[in-house]
Design a protein around this ligand. Structure first.
Ligand code: NDP
Ligand SMILES: CC(C)=CCC[C@@H](C)[C@H]1CC=C2C3=C(CC[C@@]21C)[C@@]1(C)CC[C@H](O)C(C)(C)[C@@H]1CC3
Length: 437
């Protein structure tokens, strides 16, 4: 029998969530449907076969309704070969995590007084993956690596199934044992908690599902997807790549490499410290990132845009500016949170005990890193030219995500820091873009 003090202690540590984000259960239900639907639509609405976007005539065509009513169409979303390949890829990431050497580092202090331990080998997993991929392409030719382009929908469905299975597993297992729940994911509403993630850190032994999924099977798959798109273009063009494809491929690979190289920096981000691991992150990490963030590369696989000297210079300039802001802002905060201040930046002390930077990038806006990240997103789309608005999906979606994320973080900081946050907001009035917003 469980004593009443034990029950009280448990509910003290895991209080009920009383305030909803994402417009509550209705908003969560909408997003649950919208994320996979958008991923499929971006394929059917931007492809060589259908056009990008499909012509108005083809949309009005009653054939679309016929297609949706045909069982063949729904069967076509599943591809057993792609599903097995996806499973093998996921297993490879797990085995790499297990066998590749890496230091174990501690995460931030949690409210139960404990710290999680994380194995740092995402970068070596990335290098191994790139090495094997290069080996395959050199040995068997680029045509051996176009299978992701060919089996696109099969891979999308496989990764969606994987993320739903994980979300169901994490939601169900959160009810067993003494689990630390996410403060935002314990409302008691099934749809909402399933979406936000009920358990803070679902683990199997020392294997932490949330941090593993955030950086490995989805993010590194994005790099593989891009390489496959470049191979497709290379084969179609008989052995050359367009300047736009070289830029998009290079920038995406760089972005992924940067994320996995800076693996320890993710242990202080909102997803790891605050959000539970549920549908939002599982589907976000495993489906959304690899199959929507790579849209520019998939478009360029069949639409061979040449930018020329000036176009290339503009794209490179926007991306480098973005990367410089993104990396130096994240670096300043990461150094500071780890007790270093190499640039001698000014800061304010707070009643909570942690200090807040008030100069450098964090003195210019409250989320300068978001601005840099968004500029990079914009540059990747600029590389696809102006023939279609669809390839600008990523910066538009990302803008919405970042504005919403900034609001969420602002609210959380207000709770964490109280009046000190109000003071910081007076000192640094801009939210994301210095002197603009
Ligand atoms: N490509 C993509 O799809 C996405 C990328 N990202 C990227 O992930 C990165 C991490 O983002 P995220 O976790 O949202 O937020 P941040 O890395 O911006 O971290 C916010 C936290 O930083 C601390 N902080 C705030 N102001 C200061 C200050 N002045 N001095 C020191 N610390 C401060 C606070 O936490 P505390 O005080 O408790 O330490 C706050 O909660 C960003 O670069 C973002 O662009 C994010 C989402 C999606
Ligand atoms: C509603 C919806 C689509 C939710 C899903 C959001 C997720 C796609 C993103 C939430 C935070 C993310 C981060 C990255 C990728 C996108 C998601 C998972 C990230 C791994 C990209 C690379 C960066 O360098 C990063 C490590 C800072 C970043 C962390 C946050």
């Amino acid at each position: 029998m469980v004593s009443s003090t034990a029950v009280e202690k448990k509910s003290e540590l895991n209080p009920r969530t009383t305030a909803y984000e994402f417009a509550g259960p209705v908003g969560a239900a909408l997003i649950i449907v919208t994320i996979p639907l958008t991923t499929y639509l971006l394929y059917f609405g931007c492809s060589q076969r259908n056009g990008c976007p499909p012509s108005l005539a083809s949309i009005k065509n009653p054939e679309i309704l016929d297609t949706l009513q045909r069982l063949e169409f729904w069967k076509g979303l599943w591809d057993t070969e792609a599903a097995l390949m996806y499973l093998a890829w996921y297993a490879f990431c797990v085995v790499a995590w297990l066998v590749l050497p890496g230091d174990w580092i501690e995460g931030t202090l949690m409210r139960n007084g404990k710290k999680m331990k994380y194995k740092i080998n995402a970068f070596s997993t990335f290098l191994l993956t790139m090495g094997v991929t290069a080996g395959v392409i050199l040995r068997f030719g680029p045509e051996s690596f176009t299978f992701i382009y060919d089996k696109w929908i099969g891979f999308v469905t496989a990764s969606f199934v994987m993320s739903v299975v994980q979300s169901i597993y994490c939601y169900t297992s959160s009810f067993f044992g003494d689990k630390l729940l996410a403060l935002g994911g314990n409302s008691g509403n099934f749809i909402y908690d399933f979406y936000i993630g009920r358990e803070l850190n679902p683990t199997i032994g020392s294997f932490d599902l949330k941090s593993f999924n955030e950086l490995r099977p989805g993010l590194i798959l994005w790099a593989l997807v891009d390489i496959s798109m470049a191979c497709e273009q290379y084969v179609r063009r008989g052995g050359t790549l367009t300047d736009s494809m070289i830029l998009v491929l290079g920038f995406h690979l760089w972005y992924v490499a940067d994320a996995v190289y800076n693996e320890p920096a993710i242990f202080t981000i909102m997803d790891i410290t605050t959000d539970g691991f549920g549908y939002m992150l599982a589907v976000g990490d495993l489906l959304w990132v690899p199959f929507t963030y790579s849209l520019q590369a998939r478009y360029l696989a069949y639409e061979h845009v040449e930018l020329g000297g000036v176009g290339t210079a503009v794209v490179v300039l926007v991306t480098f500016t973005g990367y410089w802001i993104f990396r130096s802002a994240n670096g300043e905060k990461n150094d500071f949170r780890n007790g270093r201040n190499p640039k001698n930046l000014t800061y304010m002390n707070t009643k909570r005990g942690t200090k807040l930077l008030t100069s450098g990038w964090w003195g210019r806006s409250r989320h300068p890193n978001y601005f840099g990240d968004w500029l990079m997103a914009l540059s990747w789309s600029l590389a696809t030219g102006f023939n279609t608005p669809i390839t600008y999906f990523y910066p538009v979606y990302f803008f919405v995500l970042l504005v919403h994320r900034q609001l969420r973080d602002d609210e959380m900081c207000e709770v964490k820091y109280g009046d000190d946050w109000k003071m910081y907001k007076k000192l640094v009035p801009y939210r994301i873009i210095p002197y603009v917003y």
